[in-house]
Write a protein that binds this ligand. Structure first.
Ligand code: 3H9
Length: 652
């Protein structure tokens, strides 16, 4: 095996290069190589300074998270960083790509840090249920101050090179060749300037009121998560204790968190998100090109998909049935782009480019040059089939045709096209330009390169793609229907909507199922239930409470009332009328109502998610339990730090 760390020396400057694809993670071999590099450069009298850089697409992206399941192996990262910081010759970190976690901690052990303009820096350990474990919580506040350090460590977000410069986290941004600039810096400024190692510096005490407010805001945001709270403790230690003691405490906290179920769950979902989208059958399959996208429908979903594509730099034609609908759809898209500009996500040039890439039409002929068309029209089989028949006539014979249906049979829709192998499902979540999840639904006849195009589009849009087979609701909506049914049963058994919603929020969902239905509107599901009434098995338990609400015109927030009453409280207040309907429903069925505890409620919800998940796996609808977890976490508000229902099943 080639060495992941190599050294070359020229003109008194040693260049230490880490080459450990894909992201230069700090595996045992890399740590070993770095420790040897310190020894070798210290022993070489010709070496006056050391440049540390990485080959490939990025600087070190952190510790090798795959090693966390094993006993730690020497040399340990804090010791390696200690050696770098204690070296008699200055080390200069040359950053490109992402300098993250242990990678940034290595850079903090160096005397100087240079970065290319596109570099991003961060301590994202909190996203894995951890805190930095190699000095980050002690060195960073000594460099940028405790408030900025706490923000970075507890928030886990990356900062740009510009921001890093303004914080003092990097010494210089270098345009042009990074290696060359770092070598020149090493020969000049690095030798002329004496700076103290960070561990030897004092840390400034922050303004106490602002500090308390910052900590309180972070604790509130944590909502049940342990690692942001541990970050606060670590920063408090950094302020109160000598550096070496704070470092020892940081290490203790890091090890505690590493074994915490929350960290196991977050690491599970991190890797699940990266594996869920891989399909064996697509290995080596080339996607079709997709420069021009057509989107049919300018409603909330269609406009959201258009915006997502434009923001990713694609050309898009929106098709609507008439001029009025088209201009309404176009306005939705323009508003989204304008918002992105206002929030600083895109600059004026990018906005103008995206607007230039956007056109609208009411005639299918406008889709004649599109490479990929996504249909997002009304959820009705006849309407969808009509759209696909028209698409068959209007599009290039090799154009990929996608439906955004949430539950209809895509195999049946595909039969409206002469060549059904070019049809697949792309199930976006609303708002489509924000939500990360994309279910890629593969009907039996879909061609491999068509499917591969779906995944390539997901990548281009920055989405997490999960393949799903055809069934009613695919992965996510099918599980949601199952557990929503269970929640309706619980209403008849003794719970009230506010009990179920409180239990779900307490578990970590941002919102309970009944509040969510009020937000989405109760009428669509009502219409679906009416359509399904004829085929519903006669022996199936059926709860008609939501139907009764709809019959009263209570469709949720948009009508001022649904499961909750919004007339006096915009957040929704429990309603005696609803309680009356529920208790009567129990009585009518002869059910003695027994109050349910939060644990019982969550036990039933998670139990149903898991049993439906097992069915989905057995039927081959989902490829793996991980895929189900990724869907539930990214599309249905399942708390990330619990890892997903299938992960929880494995932990029992
Ligand atoms: C830490 O550092 C603790 C220390 O404080 C203390 C230690 C004592 N380890 O995401 P991608 C793999 S905790 C192992 O698709 P991108 C990933 O699984 C760590 N593997 O690429 C994938 O593998 P595969 C703190 C890792 O360009 C491949 O690399 N650091 C690691 O979209 C490509 O990844 C973090 O939390 C890792 N650390 O994004 C950073 N990172 O090809 C986590 C990635 O087999 N990483 N892999 O599926 C990231 O945020 C993104 O991967 C990154 C690249 C932005 C770097």
């Amino acid at each position: 095996m080639t060495q992941p760390v190599t050294i070359s020396t020229q003109d008194g400057i040693a260049t230490v290069t880490i080459d450990n694809p894909p992201v230069n993670a700090l595996s045992q071999a890399v740590r070993q190589g770095l420790a040897q590099a310190v020894q070798q450069t210290e022993a070489d009298a010709d070496v006056r300074a050391v440049v540390l850089l990485c080959a490939g697409r990025t600087f070190i992206a952190g510790a090798d998270v795959r090693e966390f399941g094993q006993a730690p192996q020497e040399p340990h990262l804090p010791d390696v960083i200690d050696m770098i910081e204690g070296a008699s010759k200055p080390w200069i970190a040359a950053l490109h790509g992402t300098a993250l976690g242990g990678g940034l901690e290595v850079a903090l052990g160096c005397r100087f840090r240079l970065a290319v303009p596109s570099a991003r820096l961060g301590l994202p350990e909190v996203n894995l249920g951890l805190i930095p474990g190699a000095g980050g919580t002690v060195r960073l506040p000594r460099l940028v101050g405790a408030p900025a350090a706490l923000e970075m460590i507890a928030g886990g977000k990356m900062v740009s090179a510009d921001k890093a410069l303004s914080l003092g986290l990097v010494d210089r941004i270098v345009a042009g060749d990074l290696t060359q600039a770092a070598l020149e810096f090493a020969k000049g400024e690095a030798l002329e300037t004496t700076v103290e190692p960070l561990m030897a510096r004092d840390v400034a005490q922050p303004d106490s009121n602002a500090w308390e407010a910052q900590k309180a805001a972070i604790a509130k945001r944590a909502r049940g998560q342990n690692s942001p709270l541990a970050a606060i403790t670590a920063l408090e230690n950094a302020l109160a204790l000598p550096a070496d003691q704070a470092l020892a405490k940081e290490r203790e906290l890091f090890f505690q968190l590493k074994d915490d179920p929350q960290s196991l769950a977050l690491r599970h979902i991190f890797f699940a998100e990266r594996s869920a989208g891989k399909m064996l059958r697509l290995k080596g399959v080339k996607p079709r090109p997709f420069d021009e996208i057509g989107v049919i429908g300018g409603g909330t979903m269609g406009a959201g998909i258009v915006a997502a594509c434009l923001l990713a730099g694609l050309r898009v034609v929106m098709l609507e049935r008439d001029d009025d609908s088209l201009s309404a759809g176009q306005e939705r898209v323009q508003n989204t782009l304008a918002q992105s500009h206002k929030r600083g996500l895109i600059d004026a040039d990018a906005l103008a480019r995206m607007q230039g890439n956007f056109s609208g039409a009411t005639d299918y002929a406008a889709l004649g040059t599109a490479d990929l068309v996504i249909e997002a029209v009304f959820e009705d089989m006849a309407v969808k089939k009509d759209v696909f028949t028209r698409l068959d006539a209007a599009t290039k014979p090799d154009a990929v045709l996608a439906t955004n249906t949430s539950y209809l049979d895509i195999a049946e829709i595909a039969e409206a096209v002469a060549d059904p192998s070019r049809v697949l499902g792309l199930h976006f979540f609303s708002p489509a330009y924000i939500m990360k999840l994309l279910e890629i639904v593969h009907p039996p006849k879909v061609a491999d390169d068509v499917l591969a195009t779906g995944f390539a589009l997901a990548k281009r849009l920055g989405k997490i793609a999960v393949p799903a087979g055809v069934c009613d609701g695919f992965i996510g909506n099918r599980i949601m229907s199952a557990y929503r049914r269970e929640c309706d049963y619980m209403l008849e058994d003794g719970a009230l909507p506010q009990d179920v919603d409180a239990a779900m929020r307490n578990f970590g969902f941002a919102m309970g199922i009944f509040a969510m239905q009020d937000m989405a509107g109760l009428d669509i599901a009502w219409a679906m239930r009416k359509r399904q009434a004829a085929t519903r098995p006669a022996d199936m338990r059926y709860v008609d409470i939501p139907d009764q609400l709809c019959e009263l015109g209570r469709f949720g927030r948009k009508t001022g009332a649904g499961w909750y009453d919004y007339s006096s409280d915009p957040k929704g207040a429990p309603d005696a009328l609803v309680e009356g309907i529920i208790t009567k429903a129990s009585a009518d069925k002869g059910i003695t109502r027994v109050p349910l505890s939060a644990d019982e409620i969550m036990g039933r919800i998670i139990g149903v998610m898991q049993s439906e998940g097992r069915k989905i796996l057995a039927e081959g609808i989902a490829q793996s339990p991980e895929a189900i977890d990724v869907v539930m976490v990214n599309g249905y508000g399942f708390p990330r730090w619990r890892g997903g229902p299938m992960f929880m099943a494995g932990m029992e």
